[in-house]
Ligand binder design. Sequence first.
Ligand SMILES: Cc1cc2nc3c(=O)[nH]c(=O)nc-3n(C[C@H](O)[C@H](O)[C@H](O)COP(=O)(O)O)c2cc1C
Length: 194
Amino acid sequence: MKVTAFNGSARKDGNTAIMLNVALEELKKQGIETELYQLSGKQIHGCIACYKCMENKDQRCAVEKDVANECIEKMLASDGIILGSPTYFADISSEMKALIDRAGLVSRANGDMFKRKVGAAVVAARRGGCIHAFDSMNHFFLIGQMIIPGSNYWNMGFGLNKGDVEKDEEAIGTMKVLGENMGWLLKKINGSAS
Ligand SMILES: Cc1cc2nc3c(=O)[nH]c(=O)nc-3n(C[C@H](O)[C@H](O)[C@H](O)COP(=O)(O)O)c2cc1C
């Protein structure tokens, strides 16, 4: 089994990445393969509404000049998908929005191709707007027939500068419980949990 976490932050290895890594560590403890894919420094454009994916139905976006199809391939090859974003103006980053629009339309064009994969959203913020960003990412899972595990709080952590979120003990705890629950759910779905 594999879980891939996508970090939509423009800042590599920042607070979102730290939170994602805590959840991934818990998954690793359960014997699940993990990968952190960071969009920072990579090119990803928004959907151009060409609707070619609806004609082609080949599980790919027709626009090949950025990393969208690389991400879509990783999503298809994973049993679990975590979307992580910092809060930018009370919503997700442009990079994460582009990934959601591109992967989401291709999924719809191909009969909800991520159906029944496990999905979770993770958000970093300095102070406000993270619930809205959290909801924005959960819409991707919910419209695509994916299954979302919970934690003991909503998956958010606070901090401005890189590394600040490490001081948010509640956030780190929430990420650990998320990882535990995601692993449990993946094993249940695949018939190996007690
Ligand atoms: C363009 C921009 C907009 C931001 N907007 C918000 C915001 O609306 N609310 C908030 O709490 N923090 C906001 N922040 C702060 C980031 O969410 C915060 O620093 C977060 O920890 C960054 O995560 P990262 O280290 O993974 O990039 C903003 C930061 C940037 C660069």
